[in-house]
Design a protein around this ligand. Structure first.
Ligand SMILES: C[S@@+](CC[C@H](N)C(=O)[O-])C[C@H]1O[C@@H](n2cnc3c(N)ncnc32)[C@H](O)[C@@H]1O
Length: 221
């Protein structure tokens, strides 16, 4: 086993990280609070506080203008990315839930970015398959049902521009990826996805130890 090279992130160190990152604006802070208050059992699905600034940073770094999000929930990741888009940029947000995404719509409107976001309600695989087949996506964020990740990846990669980026959330699945005895369930789903992504010759992928694990994958060419 290789030496463990990561500095363990204690709660104190995590607070230090948050204090040295861009701070949530009032709309983002309101969305964190609303999500925790209204959906206490599901709020864990919201991206971690370190991830909004990271997504915004990646949108600006790549100069992305056309973003696809798979898994919107109450809207924190889409809000963070839409706010980083140029005015003529577009984000297509995919989700099955009208109830959860109603809060996303409200947040986009409050932040003045509603005109940059198009929400498509329905199974994400169908929505992805209905998109133009040619490469046109600059950045995709994958954060929906884990048993769909491989299929979403397979729909996204051909539609990604050369140099385009896929950001994948929950690639640790809370550590469940290490349970090699599990052949079904979300840990096994993500383990299969991680193997699929790492072996994909069309993409260059790096797995980061942020939040519940994030993979950044760039399309070669
Ligand atoms: C982890 S949450 C997304 C969190 C969100 N990115 C955020 O920042 O708050 C996963 C979302 O995937 C959605 N979802 C689950 N199955 C889906 C499917 N088959 N197609 C589209 N969305 C789906 C759920 O409704 C849920 O809102």
């Amino acid at each position: 086993m290789p030496a463990f090279e990561n500095t363990p992130v204690t709660p104190e160190l995590y607070a230090y990280v948050l204090a040295h990152n861009p701070q949530p604006d009032p709309v983002q802070q309101g969305l964190v609070e609303t999500t925790r208050a209204l959906f206490p059992d599901d709020a864990v699905m919201q991206i971690a506080q370190t991830q909004g600034p990271l997504l915004a940073f990646l949108v600006r770094l790549t100069g992305a203008r056309h973003i696809v999000e798979v898994g919107t929930f109450t809207g924190m990741s889409s809000l963070s990315m839409a706010q980083a888009l140029p005015e003529d940029g577009r984000l297509i947000a995919l989700d099955v839930s009208e109830e959860w995404t109603a809060h996303a719509r409200e947040a986009w409107a409050k932040a003045g970015v509603a005109d940059r976001v198009e929400l498509r309600i329905g199974p994400a695989l169908e929505s992805l398959r209905a998109m133009p087949a040619e490469p046109h996506i600059d950045l995709a964020f994958l954060d929906a049902n884990k048993d769909g990740y491989v299929d979403y990846w397979e729909e996204l990669v051909p539609r990604l521009r050369p140099g385009g980026l896929i950001v994948v959330d929950n690639v640790f699945m809370f550590g469940e990826v290490l349970d090699t005895s599990a052949t079904s369930g979300r840990g096994a789903d993500i383990r299969r996805f991680n193997e699929h992504a790492a072996a994909d010759e069309r993409m260059e992928s790096v797995m980061l130890t942020i939040a519940d694990g994030v993979t950044l994958a760039r399309k070669k060419g």
